[in-house]
Ligand binder design. Structure first.
Ligand code: 173
Length: 494
C-alpha cells in the first residue's frame, strides 16, 4: 500500500496548474475538473492545497466526489496530523468576535418564542450561513408581508366552552401528528449545524411532527430516512430534474423507503435573486469583480446547485408523476385559486399555498391571503374536501397556525425558525421551539374556545382587512414613545 500523503505534499498543489484539495481526510486532484465546477473555480482555488471539508460539506451530498470525479483523481488518504497545523488559519477578527458572542449566548431557557431563535442565530451564525438562510427575493417585501398578513387576521373567540381538555392533534395526508405543523423543506442544513437535517429529524420524532425532506439537503436522503424511527412520518420535497430518469429514480427510491407524500415544488423554475446572500458571499470571499474569473460565482452556491431544475416543468407533466408513484402528490408553491382548482381537476391530493418563504417572486401574496381567497371558491364549487390544503411562510406563533386552520388549512409548514433554533442550539433548540408552539397552541385553543381542531372554523376569525394591503391604522406615536418594547434574550456578561 502506498504511504499516506502528507499535508506538505498536498500543499504543493495550490494553483490552477495543479490543484489538490482535501475532503474528509482524502486528497483529490481537481485540476481538470475545476472549470466544470458548477460553483465556479474561484471557490476551489481558495482551498487549493488545503483542507476544504468545512466549505464542501454543507453544499455537497456525501456521494458527490464518487459520482462526479473520475476515480483516477482520487489520490487517497492524507495523514491529517500533518495537515491540521498548517491549514488552520488564525481566526480572523470577525471570527474571534463571533466566538465571543457564542460564549455569551443566551441560555436556551431564555428563549420564549420563535423570534428569539432568529435573534440569537443572527448573532452566532457564520455570516454566509445567516446570509443564505435569512435572505429573500429582491426587496424582501413578500418575506415581511408573510408575517404581516397574519397580523391582519383577528379572532372572534367563543366563550363558555368547556376547554378543560383540549386536543390539537390531527392528521395530514392520513398520518397522525401531535400538532398541525410540519418541518418544511429547506436546503443546506449543514450551513447552520455540522450534522445537518438529521438534527431536525430527531427533534421531529420527539414531538410527533412530520418532516418534509428537501431535495437539496446537506445530508443524503438515506441518512435522513435512517435517522427517523417508526411511526415517524416523512415526505419528500422534489425539485424536478431536466433529466426525468433522475427524477424517476429519486421518486421511486423515496417511495420504497417509506415516504408518505411527494411535494413537487412549482414556484422555482429559476431561483430568486437574494441580495443578502450574494453580498455576504462577496464580502466573505473578498473577491474582486475585476478579476475576470471564467465562472461568475457572485450569485452564491444556491444558484449554482439549482441549475439542474427544469424550468420547462408544466401541467403536462403531472400525469407522468401520477404514473410513476402511488404516493399522494402535492403541488408546493401554488399562489392563486385558479391553480388550486386546476390542481384538483388534475387529480392531485393536495396543494401548499406558498411563496417559498418570500425567496422567489417578490410581491407574491402571502399564503394566508391566498387561502382566504381560495376556500370560499372551493366551497362554492363543492371542491373543498377534494384536496388537503397546506400553507407556509411567516408562521411564528400558534395563533398563526390557528388562523390558518380556521380558514381551512389542514396544516402549516415552518422552515426558517427551526433552522435558526438548530443553528443556535442544536437539537435541544429545535425541540424547545416545537415545545413552545405546543404550549402556545394549548393556551390559544382554550382562549378561542375550541376543544379540537375540528372546532376551528371561519366564524372564529375576522379577515375583513386581510385582503387589503394597506398599512393599517396610523402609528400612535405618543403611546409608542412610552411603550417599553419586548426584547430578545440579552447576551450574558462573561
Ligand atoms: O429557497 C432556496 O434557497 C431553495 O429552494 C434552493 C434551491 C436550490 C438550491 C438551493 C436552495
Amino acid at each position: 500500500m502506498a504511504p499516506m500523503l502528507t499535508g506538505t505534499e498536498v500543499a504543493k498543489h495550490d494553483s490552477k496548474d495543479s490543484c489538490w484539495v482535501i475532503v474528509h481526510g482524502k486528497a483529490y486532484d481537481v485540476t481538470e475538473f475545476m472549470p466544470e465546477h458548477p460553483g465556479g473555480m474561484k471557490i476551489i482555488l481558495k482551498y487549493a492545497g488545503r483542507d476544504a471539508t468545512d466549505e464542501f460539506d454543507p453544499i455537497h451530498p456525501p456521494d458527490t466526489l464518487d459520482k462526479y470525479l473520475d476515480k483516477s483523481k482520487h489520490l487517497g488518504p492524507v495523514d491529517m496530523s500533518t495537515v491540521a497545523q498548517e491549514s488552520k488559519e488564525a481566526a480572523s477578527p470577525e471570527e474571534s468576535e463571533r466566538q465571543e458572542r457564542i460564549r455569551n449566548m443566551p441560555l436556551l431557557s431564555q428563549c420564549y418564542n420563535l423570534m428569539d431563535f432568529e435573534a440569537v442565530a443572527r448573532r452566532v451564525m457564520k455570516k454566509t450561513a445567516w446570509g443564505y438562510y435569512s435572505s429573500a427575493a429582491d426587496d424582501e417585501i413578500t418575506m415581511r408581508e408573510n408575517k404581516a398578513a397574519f397580523q391582519r387576521v383577528w379572532f372572534r373567540p367563543r366563550i363558555l366552552v368547556d376547554v378543560e381538555k383540549v386536543d390539537f392533534s390531527t392528521t395530514m395526508l392520513g398520518a397522525r401528528c401531535d400538532i398541525p405543523f410540519y418541518v418544511t423543506a429547506t436546503a443546506l442544513g449543514k450551513l447552520g449545524h455540522a450534522e445537518g437535517e438529521v438534527v431536525l429529524t430527531r427533534a421531529a420524532r420527539r414531538h410527533g411532527v412530520v418532516q418534509m425532506i428537501p431535495t437539496l439537503a446537506s445530508c443524503s436522503f438515506d441518512e435522513i430516512v435512517d435517522a427517523a424511527e417508526a411511526p415517524q412520518v416523512q415526505w419528500l420535497q422534489l425539485y424536478v430534474n431536466k433529466d426525468r430518469r433522475i427524477t424517476q429514480r429519486i421518486v421511486e427510491h423515496a417511495e420504497r423507503r417509506g415516504c408518505r407524500g411527494l411535494f413537487i415544488t412549482v414556484d422555482a423554475p429559476q431561483l430568486g435573486r437574494r441580495e443578502k446572500d450574494m453580498r455576504s458571499k462577496f464580502d466573505e470571499q473578498g473577491s474582486s469583480v475585476q478579476s475576470g474569473d471564467a465562472t461568475d460565482n457572485s450569485q452564491g452556491a444556491a444558484r449554482a446547485i439549482s441549475s439542474f431544475i427544469d424550468p420547462g416543468l408544466s401541467w403536462k407533466d403531472i400525469p407522468w408523476f401520477q404514473s410513476i408513484t402511488k404516493m399522494p402528490i402535492i403541488l408546493k408553491g401554488v399562489q392563486r385559486v385558479e391553480d388550486v382548482v386546476k390542481a384538483i381537476e388534475m387529480g392531485v391530493q393536495g396543494v401548499v399555498l406558498s411563496n417559498h418563504g418570500g425567496r422567489q417572486l417578490d410581491f407574491a401574496r402571502s399564503a394566508i391571503e391566498v387561502l382566504a381567497e381560495t376556500m370560499p371558491v372551493l366551497r362554492e364549487l363543492g371542491l373543498e374536501n377534494r384536496v388537503e390544503i397546506f400553507i407556509d411562510g411567516g408562521v411564528r406563533r400558534a395563533t398563526d397556525i390557528i388562523k390558518a386552520l380556521c380558514l381551512g388549512a389542514k396544516g402549516v409548514g415552518i422552515g426558517r425558525p427551526f433552522l435558526y433554533a438548530m443553528s443556535a442550539y442544536g437539537q435541544a433548540g429545535v425541540e424547545k421551539a416545537m415545545q413552545l408552539l405546543k404550549d402556545e397552541m394549548e393556551m390559544n385553543m382554550r382562549l378561542i374556545g375550541a376543544q379540537t381542531v375540528a372546532d376551528l372554523n371561519p366564524s372564529l376569525v375576522d379577515v375583513k382587512s386581510l385582503l387589503s394591503h394597506g398599512n393599517g391604522v396610523p402609528a400612535d406615536n405618543l403611546a409608542r414613545s412610552v411603550y417599553d418594547p419586548l426584547a430578545n434574550p440579552p447576551q450574558r456578561q462573561s
